[in-house]
Structure formats: C-alpha cells, structure tokens
Design a protein around this ligand. Structure first.
Ligand SMILES: Nc1ncnc2c1ncn2[C@@H]1O[C@H](COP(=O)(O)OP(=O)(O)O)[C@@H](O)[C@H]1O
Ligand SMILES: [Mg+2]
Length: 252
C-alpha cells in the first residue's frame, strides 16, 4: 500500500522551477527522508504535498485517493499532518493548553474559550505530551521551553489530528546533539502505522532513522532508494560536492 504518491508534481516561481516534475512514492509505515542541497526544492515540495501551496501541475494521492484539488485543512482531515520549518507557537499558553487546543480542534466543537470543561481533550493532551516526552513539562509556558522541547511540542501538535501521514520539515534544526538524539528516539518510537516523510539536513539523523530516501536536486528527483544506495551514489556525491556538503554526507 502506498501512503503517499506524487506524480509529475511541479511548481515555479517566475522562471525558477522550484519543483520540477517530481514523482515520489512513500510506502505505508515508511520512515522516508527527503534530502538535497539548500534550495533543492524540499520545502516547496512539502508545501505542495500538504496543500499549503498549490501545484502548477501534477497530482498528489493520499492512500490511493487524489487530494490534488483539496485544501490543507481537507487533507489534514484525511490524515495528513505537518510541522513547519519555521513554525510559530502560541506565545503565552502552556504546553498542555497548546496541545489541548489542537486536540479540541481535531475532535470538533468550540475551541474558544479553552476547552477546560472537556476532560477528554485534556486527557488526550496529556497522552500526546507523554508520547513526545513532555509529560513533566505540561504546565510550562511555551516561551519557557527549550528549543528542542518546542520541536517536541510541534510533533505533539501534529499528532493531535491523528495522522496517518506525518510530514516533518527539518525537525532537528537548531537542536543540540542531545535534543536531536531524543527526537530520533521519539520518531523511531511512533506507531508503525504512521508513515513519516521528513526533510532533514543532519545526515546522521537521516541515516539512523530513514528506511528510504529521496534526493532532490534543482527541483528534480536525483535518486530514490535505500540509505545504502544513496550513500553509494556517485550522482548524489556530485550534487553535494557542488553544494560543498560532501563531507557531511560521506563521513556519516
Ligand atoms: N515563495 C517563494 N517565492 C520565490 N521563490 C521561492 C519561494 N519559495 C522558495 N523559493 C525558491 O525555490 C527554490 C527552492 O526553495 P525551497 O523549496 O525552500 O528549497 P529547500 O527547502 O530545498 O532549501 C529556492 O531557489 C528558493 O529560493
Ligand atoms: Mg527548506
């Protein structure tokens, strides 16, 4: 079964073909990494998949269903959930309030004022915080969380809509080695039925977590394969060499 299939997906900005005829298949339950030099089109491809941005051509299928014409919200209802590369979280709320709000929104009903009288929502928020390793930090205001903890919180928010496909754009960006190790543990421990597609610069993290990898270069797919196939590829080596990233990929 294919969780996600992109066919001929394209998006230009003026003369720049940021995403240029991308075919991508992600199997159900996969931990699929999307890598490539800066400007390769990874974030744009993510936005086309999630529906944050419209494709100029091509199609997106979620578990066999064509969602190309659907909004981001409609795709989310069908099981697609994302964290953003530059996410903004609600300033003054606690971790638990933030997640409760997301859970309330997903379960339906009023979200304002906060759903204090809906115990199921608070129970769910507690479960989600525990799932991402933030159980002890539930009453901490979001601004007082560390950078790594905020990223964990973003994953909890993405899980609040009970996704079948989780999209993570650079989840480990700006994390310390300890924080990123915790994140790998968290992602590796997600239920197997949740398919994960993630963009990541840290190739140690990519190769420790991913079971399949797609390399984008200049908006096109350079290679899709196993982590070993990607490491062994001369074309991938060249693409990273051009971008001055060779060491990172091949000493990992
Ligand atoms: N909204 C936008 N308007 C104009 N150009 C953009 C926009 N978003 C991305 N680009 C350009 O598209 C290319 C791909 O960007 P992006 O998808 O962010 O790459 P990556 O995430 O792989 O670093 C880059 O050249 C970038 O400058
Ligand atoms: Mg990006």
């Amino acid at each position: 079964m294919t969780a996600l299939r992109c066919t001929g997906l394209s998006r230009s900005f003026g003369a720049l073909k940021a995403v240029d005829g991308v075919d991508l298949a992600v199997g159900t339950g996969a931990r699929h990494a999307l890598i490539g030099p800066n400007g390769a089109g990874k974030s744009t491809l993510f936005k086309l998949v999630s529906g944050t941005m419209r494709a100029h051509s091509g199609a997106v299928e979620l578990a066999g269903r064509d969602v190309t014409g659907l909004s981001e919200v409609a795709r989310c209802r069908l099981g697609m959930s994302q964290t953003m590369q530059h996410a903004s979280l609600f300033g003054s709320m606690t971790a638990a309030e933030t997640v409760a709000l997301a859970a309330a929104r997903h379960e339906g009903g009023r979200i304002s004022p906060l759903p204090r009288r809906r115990p199921a929502v608070w129970t769910r928020a507690g479960e989600l915080l525990a799932e991402v390793g933030l159980a002890e930090r539930r009453d901490v205001p979001v601004p007082a969380l560390s950078h790594g903890e905020r990223k964990q919180l973003e994953v909890a928010l993405a899980l609040a809509c009970r996704p079948s496909l989780l999209l993570l754009d650079e989840p480990a960006a700006g994390m310390s080695p300890a924080e990123s190790a915790r994140l790998v543990e968290l992602l590796a421990g997600l239920p197997a039925e949740i398919t994960v597609l993630f963009v990541e610069h840290d190739l140690d993290l990519v190769f420790s977590l991913a079971d399949s990898v797609t390399v984008l270069h200049l908006g096109r797919v350079l290679l899709s394969g196993t982590p070993d196939e990607v490491r062994a590829s001369e074309a991938v080596r060249e693409a990273y060499l051009g971008a001055g990233r060779r060491e990172e990929l091949f000493t990992a």
